[in-house]
Ligand binder design. Sequence first.
Ligand SMILES: O=C(O)COP(=O)(O)O
Ligand SMILES: [Mg+2]
Length: 234
Amino acid sequence: MTKLAVFDLDGTLIDTAPDLVASLNICLEAGGLPQIPIEVARPHAGHGAKAMLAAAYAHFGADLPVALAEAHLDRFLRHYEANIAETSRPFPGVLDAMERLEAAGWTLAVCTNKRERLAVKLLDELALSARFAAICGQDTFSGMKPDPVHLGGTIERSNGSPARTLMIGDTMTDIAAAKALDLPSILVDFGYAPDEAARDGATRVISNYRDLTPELAGHLIAGRMPSGDIGAQT
Ligand SMILES: O=C(O)COP(=O)(O)O
Ligand SMILES: [Mg+2]
């Protein structure tokens, strides 16, 4: 059975925050509020449009009644879908890490809380879709991360097995999904919400994709940690 590396999308594979914040700012403008700086909105970028809108309104101390929230969500998603890959790009080093894993026989997949249609569109526009055995979103199965049905379904669609799967993500949502299936996980600490719980829960924390080697990935799924400095292996 193949070894499988499952990547989260926003904040892990692709730096989507600038395009997400651009769509958020369209809504704020329509709501008569100032533009929000990217550094204020970035920590919320991995939690979806609804959470970004709520956080932005809270930041400005403004009310967001349900009807307005719904209208904004619609506005956000329409703008985002039309502009999904304007500035979104893979994080530094991730394409090389994917190549190393593929060359060592690993299968790659994506498990994201983005809507599946948007995840596929983004990866299509970046010419990356074909690299993944499965791209599964919040609406692909009956639940989304951390619900194990999402990650478990992604593994099944990729012809993988939980015993030979590694999860790579940037938030506690990803780490909790891995834990629910008893999988090892890597937290990328340059993502959107690498909080204490996520750092503590992850099997390994990396700050640079050059540390994601087939050797480290193999050790993690074998339940063994490599001895010595990770940097020395690259
Ligand atoms: O859009 C979201 O809710 C988060 O997406 P992610 O799971 O790829 O980080
Ligand atoms: Mg994420």
